[in-house]
Design a protein around this ligand. Structure first.
Ligand SMILES: [Zn+2]
Ligand SMILES: [Zn+2]
Ligand SMILES: [Zn+2]
Ligand SMILES: [Zn+2]
Length: 293
C-alpha cells in the first residue's frame, strides 16, 4: 500500500470491552500487521492513532528485534544503544524522530488521572497537539473509573447537568440573549454531550478552572431566571406541599421530577408512586373511559 496516503486519525472502539483500543493482538502481531499493510516488508510509517489505555511495557530487545532494528518513525537502521522509546506507541525511534519532546499521555490521564509530561516521539507529539482541544474522550467508554475516583470531575458533572437543564429553559426565553451569550465561554460540546471531554477540558477540571467558570455561569443563569417573568412562568409549584416558591428541574439538589409525568417537586416532599399530577391524569382518564362506555 502507498506510504504517501494522507494520515488518518484512527479511533478504534472495541464493542467487546466498550473501551477504545488499538489492537487486540500481541505486539508482534500488531507490528507485523502494520508492516504488511502499509510499508515495505520491514518498516511502515506510524499511523495516526490514539491509545486510550496505558500500554504494557515489553522488553526492549524484543521490541527492537520486532522492528527489524529500524526506527519506528522513519525506517532508518540505528544501533540499538541509540534508540529512544516513546510513551505512546512503546516503539523505538532514532534521534531525529525523537527529539526529546514531552507530552501528556492520554492513556495515563484516563487510567491514573496523571497529567505528567512524558517523553514521546515527535510524531506522537504532533498528533497529541493536534487533538488537544478535540472532544475525543467519552468517559462512559474510556476512563470509566474516573468519575468515581476523581472528586472534582464528579462535582463538575453535577454542575454540568444543572447547566444543561437551565440552558434548555433559557433557550425558550426570548429575553435571555445576554446570559445565553455567556454560555459561549464554555466549549460547546460540554453543553451538548455530557460525558465527552478533550484533554484540555480534563486539565482545566484538574486545575479547577472549568468548575469556576461553570459556577459563575450557573450563577448568572439562575439570576436571570429568578428575575425573568417569562422564565418564572415556566417553573413548577410543588403539588405536595403547595408552597408558593417556584421550582425548576435544574435545581437538582433540592428538586426532582416525577419519572412518569415529568412534573417537578421538592425532593423532600416527593413520595414515589403518589404523584398528585399522575393521580389527576389517571382519574381524568377513568372519567373519560366511563363516559365513552
Ligand atoms: Zn527515525
Ligand atoms: Zn427568561
Ligand atoms: Zn414541596
Ligand atoms: Zn407524575
Amino acid at each position: 500500500m502507498s506510504q504517501t496516503s494522507p494520515p488518518n486519525i484512527l479511533l478504534l472502539y472495541s464493542s467487546r470491552t466498550g473501551g477504545v483500543v488499538v489492537s487486540r493482538g500481541s505486539l508482534a502481531e500488531e507490528i507485523r500487521l502494520r508492516t504488511r499493510m502499509r510499508g515495505s516488508l520491514s518498516w511502515a510509517p506510524p499511523r495516526f492513532q490514539i491509545i486510550f489505555t496505558a500500554q504494557p511495557t515489553h522488553r526492549r530487545s524484543e521490541v527492537v528485534a520486532l522492528q527489524h532494528f529500524l526506527c519506528a518513525g522513519c525506517g532508518t537502521a540505528v544501533e540499538p544503544s541509540e534508540y529512544r522509546t516513546g510513551n505512546i506507541f512503546k516503539l523505538y525511534f532514532c534521534d531525529c524522530c525523537h527529539g526529546g519532546s514531552e507530552a501528556v499521555i492520554p492513556g495515563r490521564l484516563l487510567s491514573c488521572w496523571d497529567f505528567g509530561r512524558y517523553p514521546v516521539s515527535d510524531f506522537s507529539k504532533q498528533l497529541l497537539e493536534s487533538v488537544w482541544k478535540q472532544p475525543l474522550f467519552d468517559l462512559t467508554c474510556v476512563g470509566k473509573t474516573l468519575y468515581s475516583r476523581v472528586k472534582e470531575l464528579e462535582k463538575f458533572r453535577e454542575l454540568q447537568d444543572q447547566l444543561i437543564g437551565i440552558k434548555k429553559l433559557l433557550t425558550a426565553c426570548r429575553l435571555s440573549g445576554r446570559v445565553m451569550a455567556e454560555f459561549e465561554q464554555l466549549p460547546a460540546h460540554l453543553m451538548e454531550q455530557p460525558h465527552l471531554f478533550s484533554m484540555e477540558d480534563l486539565l482545566r477540571v484538574k486545575k479547577g478552572q472549568l468548575m469556576a467558570q461553570a459556577r459563575a455561569l450557573l450563577h448568572s443563569a439562575i439570576n436571570h431566571v429568578e428575575n425573568c417573568e417569562l422564565c418564572l412562568a415556566r417553573g413548577f409549584i410543588c403539588e405536595f406541599c403547595r408552597e408558593r416558591d417556584i421550582i425548576f428541574p435544574f435545581q437538582s439538589d433540592t428538586c426532582k421530577r416525577c419519572p412518569v409525568c415529568r412534573a417537578c417537586f421538592h425532593k423532600r416532599c416527593f413520595v414515589e408512586k403518589k404523584c398528585p399530577k399522575c393521580a389527576r391524569i389517571q382519574s381524568r382518564k377513568k372519567c373519560q373511559e366511563g363516559f365513552v362506555k
